[in-house]
Design a protein around this ligand. Structure first.
Ligand SMILES: Cc1cc2nc3c(=O)[nH]c(=O)nc-3n(C[C@H](O)[C@H](O)[C@H](O)COP(=O)(O)OP(=O)(O)OC[C@H]3O[C@@H](n4cnc5c(N)ncnc54)[C@H](O)[C@@H]3O)c2cc1C
Length: 381
């Protein structure tokens, strides 16, 4: 395939196509249209097939795949069904802080169970007044004896309605020094005081549910702190650097699907006695979609390859995420225009769903305005 940088990529695409034909395509429209509820059995199938733990380290039960392989998997899974890709991205996002910053005991205790699907982990950062301004945390953990007591509320948390493990970011109150510092704590969510519900009427990505969490005097042992006190914000931002390349890959998958569907449709739809593919107006849209999708893909691959070399990729990840998600926006919009009525009404094509699924890629894991800040800050330092 022209768009493989490395020969490892094609077998992943082939494997996912087979998985999608058997497990994804038969159910994805139904999962999109029903009332939001986490599809547990479906998640277990993803886990069993190795997509949940795909890039988690092998020594802790993961697939041990590198970043380029990971985003190939993400692009391909999202091509077939965007929320399915997202469902596989969340455990990687949530578990990364544990395997990158945790103690040996924490890694051994939690990562294998996250990789196998036994635990459903969430990345629990955002609050009502701490979205883009993520450091403005109100959730506070107070140390009492050998444990933390945590109070607060978290919003927009992927799988937060059902997660069994929360990688929580909050302030730890240091009574002696009379200050608070952002830190990260692993929470087993069957602890009393952890309450969660599913957020409703989500525009797209509906199969992967999103939750609101309240913490009322939730207790967690002190040994569940991840990394040093005060390092939580850095842990969260470093985690998001990698995850943003995954979002870029989701966007490339969506853009490619919009393009492929548009090519197919343009060849078959007759207007004025000939396929609309013969019209230059349509050809230009297809040409622009294909060119931008390829550019977005190369940016995502470059960022992942740099990450695989161990280089810092904040700027490259932000560029790839921003550009690819805006390309995906462009492509779903053009696909809608090409399909017209048959795109707008979901009964006739997947374009209506693609249009809804795409939009959040420009918002989550840092809005595209925040990506522009990251890029500018890297350049103007
Ligand atoms: C479906 C979904 C899933 C999500 N999953 C998770 C998850 O699993 N875990 C988690 O912790 N969070 C998650 N989020 C939260 C997500 O990361 C935030 O919604 C996002 O960071 C934006 O925050 P906000 O919605 O509060 O918008 P705000 O921060 O209020 O931003 C509002 C607008 O102001 C702009 N803006 C804000 N500050 C600046 C600035 N300094 N310069 C320029 N423009 C600015 C923004 O770009 C945006 O356009 C999810 C969100 C959604 C919708």
């Amino acid at each position: 395939m022209a768009y493989n940088l490395d020969e490892k990529q094609q077998p992943i695409r082939d494997q996912i196509k087979k998985f999608a034909e058997k497990e994804v395509l038969p159910v994805c429209m139904e999962l999109d249209r029903r009332k939001e509820s986490f599809p547990s059995e479906y998640y277990q199938k993803l886990a069993k097939a190795g997509y949940v733990g795909f890039a988690m380290p092998k020594e802790y039960g993961g697939g041990g795949h590198d970043n380029l392989e990971y985003i190939t998997m993400m692009e391909e899974l999202t091509y077939w069904d965007a929320p399915t890709g997202l469902m596989a991205a969340i455990p990687q996002l949530a578990t990364f802080p544990i395997f990158a910053y945790g103690t040996e005991e924490q890694k051994k205790k939690y990562v294998p169970k996250c990789a196998s699907g036994e635990l459903i982990p969430s990345f629990v950062l955002t609050e009502r007044n701490a979205g883009s301004d993520a450091s403005n945390q109100s959730t506070v953990a107070v140390i009492e004896g050998d444990h933390f007591v945590i109070n607060g509320e978290k919003i927009f948390i992927m799988h937060g309605d059902v997660c069994t493990l929360g990688v929580l970011f909050c302030k730890i109150a240091d009574k002696e020094e009379n200050r608070t510092r952002i830190s990260s704590i692993i929470i087993e969510t069957d602890t009393p005081g952890w309450k969660a519900r599913t957020l409703e009427h989500k525009m797209g990505m509906r199969a992967a549910t999103t939750g609101l969490i309240t913490l009322e005097n939730v207790k967690a042992p002190l040994e569940n702190q991840l990394g040093e006190t005060g390092r939580g914000f850095i842990i969260a931002m470093n985690t998001l650097d990698g995850a943003r390349i995954g979002v870029a890959a989701q966007a490339v998958g969506i853009a490619q699907r919009a393009l492929d569907e548009s090519i197919k449709y343009a060849k078959s739809r007759i207007a004025f006695g000939a396929p609309i593919a013969k019209l230059q107006a349509i050809q230009w849209m297809i040409a622009d979609m294909a060119t931008r999708t390829e550019a977005a893909r190369l940016m995502a691959y470059k960022a992942a390859s740099e990450q695989d070399k161990g280089n810092r990729v904040s700027m490259e990840a932000a560029q790839a995420k921003m550009y690819a998600t805006e390309v995906a926006n462009f492509c779903v919009d053009k696909a809608m225009q090409i399909h017209s009525g048959y795109g707008y009404i979901g009964e006739f094509s997947i374009i209506e769903k693609l249009y809804r699924d795409q939009r959040v890629t420009e918002i989550y894991e840092g809005t595209n305005e925040i990506q522009r800040l990251v890029i500018a800050n890297s350049l103007l330092r």
